[in-house]
Design a protein around this ligand. Structure first.
Ligand code: FAD
Length: 328
C-alpha cells in the first residue's frame, strides 16, 4: 500500500485549517494513484481528540500522532527528527506540507537529510501514468509554469495555503486508524528554544484569515491615500491588502502583499482598488468568491477576473463610498 502523507500543521495546540486543504490535494492524488491511502502526520502536545477525529472525518485513512511536551511549539530540529524517523519506518511515497512558515522551514531541512527532492510552493499536483507525482509551480520569475518530477523517494512538496478548498466532512462516521507514537528526544535534539511569541498587530488583521479584503495598488496614488483603503476595510470589517508595487514603495508592509511572491488569499469578497491585474497579482487572489475592481482604465486586466468592474478614479469613488457607508 502506497502512503500519501499530509503534514498536518498544528499551531497554538490546534490543527491548522490548512491541513484540511492538504487533504483535498491528497484525496485527489489517492484517486489517481493505484493502491494508495492518505495518512496525516501530526506533531505537537495535547492536541484535542476532536481535531484528530476531524482529520479522519475529512478523509485521512490513518493518523500518525507524535505527542511530547517538548514538541508543544514548532522547532525545526526536533520536528525534523520526528518526521525523519517516521519516514524511515513507514516509507511514504509522497509527503505534502503547507507552504507556511512552518512547512517552508521543516520540509527543506528534512528533505536534505533524507537526500530526497522537494518542490516548494506548488500550485498544482497530479499523478502521471507511471504513478509519479507531477508538481507544478511558477518558474522563471513567474513567467512560466514548470511541472517537476522527483526521481527519489519520498516525493516531497509544499503547497500554497488557500490555493484549494478544505476537504469537507465526509458522509457517515469514518473509521480511521490513529497511531500514537513516542519518540525519544534528548537535549541534543533541542539546540534552540522558543522564548516568546509576539503577534504582528501593527497593520490590522491578517489577510489570509479575512472574509473581506480591500487591496490597494499604485492607482491609489500615494502612501497617504492608503488611509481610504484602511477606512473602507474597517467599515466592511475586512483586512487590508496590497500589490507588490505598493509594498516595494513602502506604502504598506510585506505581510499584506497579495500574489505570487506574497500571500495567496481566498476571501468571500476581494476589492481591488487601482490594481492593474498583473498575472503575479492574480495568482494570489483569483480564487476569491467575489471580486470587485475599481480602475480608471476600462481595459485593465483585473476586469477579466472581476465579478463587478467599476471604471472610476479610486480617489473620488472610495471617499464617496465611505461617506455612504458611514451614514448607513
Ligand atoms: P500597476 O501595474 O502600475 O497598476 C496600477 C493600476 O492603477 C493601473 O491599472 C491604472 O490604470 C490604475 N490607476 C491609476 N490611477 C488610478 C486611479 N486614480 N483610480 C483608479 N485606477 C487607477 N505583484 C503583486 O501584486 N503581487 C506579487 O506577489 C507579485 N509578485 C511578483 C513576482 C515576480 C517574480 C514578478 C516579476 C512580479 C511580481 N509582481 C507581483 C509584480 C507585478 O508584475 C506588477 O508589477 C504589480 O502587481 C503591479 O502593481 P499595481 O497593479 O499596483 O500597479
Amino acid at each position: 500500500m502506497k502512503e500519501i502523507w499530509i503534514y498536518a500543521e498544528a499551531r497554538g495546540g490546534r490543527v491548522n485549517e490548512v491541513a484540511h486543504e492538504l487533504l483535498t490535494r491528497a484525496l485527489d492524488l489517492k484517486e489517481k494513484l493505484d493502491n494508495s491511502i492518505v495518512s496525516a502526520v501530526l506533531i505537537g502536545h495535547d492536541i484535542p481528540d476532536e481535531d484528530k477525529q476531524e482529520l479522519i472525518q475529512r478523509g485521512a485513512d490513518k493518523l500518525y500522532y507524535v505527542d511530547d511536551p517538548k514538541l508543544k511549539d514548532f522547532l525545526v530540529e526536533p520536528y525534523s527528527k520526528v518526521l525523519i524517523q517516521l519516514v524511515k519506518e513507514y516509507t511514504p511515497e509522497i509527503i505534502i506540507a503547507p507552504a507556511t512558515t512552518q512547512g517552508r522551514t521543516l520540509m527543506p531541512y528534512t528533505a536534505v537529510r533524507l537526500r530526497t527532492g522537494l518542490t516548494a510552493d506548488c500550485t498544482g499536483l497530479d499523478i502521471d501514468e507511471e504513478g509519479n507525482l507531477l508538481q507544478t509551480r511558477p518558474a522563471i520569475g513567474g513567467n512560466i509554469m514548470a511541472t517537476i518530477k522527483t526521481a527519489t523517494r519520498p516525493q516531497m512538496s509544499t503547497v500554497r495555503p488557500h490555493s484549494t478548498r478544505p476537504a469537507p466532512i465526509m458522509d457517515g462516521q469514518r473509521q480511521g486508524e490513529i497511531i500514537n507514537i513516542k519518540i525519544q528526544l534528548t537535549q541534543e535534539d533541542l539546540p534552540t528554544a522558543r522564548l516568546d511569541f509576539i503577534k504582528d498587530e501593527t497593520q490590522g488583521g491578517t489577510i489570509q484569515d479575512a472574509d473581506v479584503i480591500v487591496s490597494g495598488g499604485r492607482g491609489v496614488g500615494k502612501a497617504d491615500n492608503f488611509k481610504i483603503v484602511y477606512k473602507l476595510a474597517e467599515l466592511l470589517g475586512g483586512a487590508v491588502g496590497g500589490s507588490r508595487d505598493v509594498v516595494d514603495r513602502g506604502w504598506i508592509g510585506y505581510p499584506h502583499q497579495v500574489g505570487l511572491s506574497g500571500k495567496t488569499v481566498n476571501p468571500k469578497l476581494y476589492i481591488a482598488l487601482g490594481i492593474s491585474g498583473a498575472i503575479q497579482h492574480l495568482a494570489g487572489m483569483q480564487t476569491s468568491d467575489t471580486i470587485i475592481a475599481v480602475n480608471k482604465d476600462p481595459d485593465a486586466q483585473i476586469f477579466r477576473v472581476s465579478d463587478l468592474g467599476i471604471v472610476a478614479d479610486v480617489t473620488e469613488l472610495v471617499p464617496a463610498l465611505i461617506e455612504k457607508l458611514e451614514v448607513a
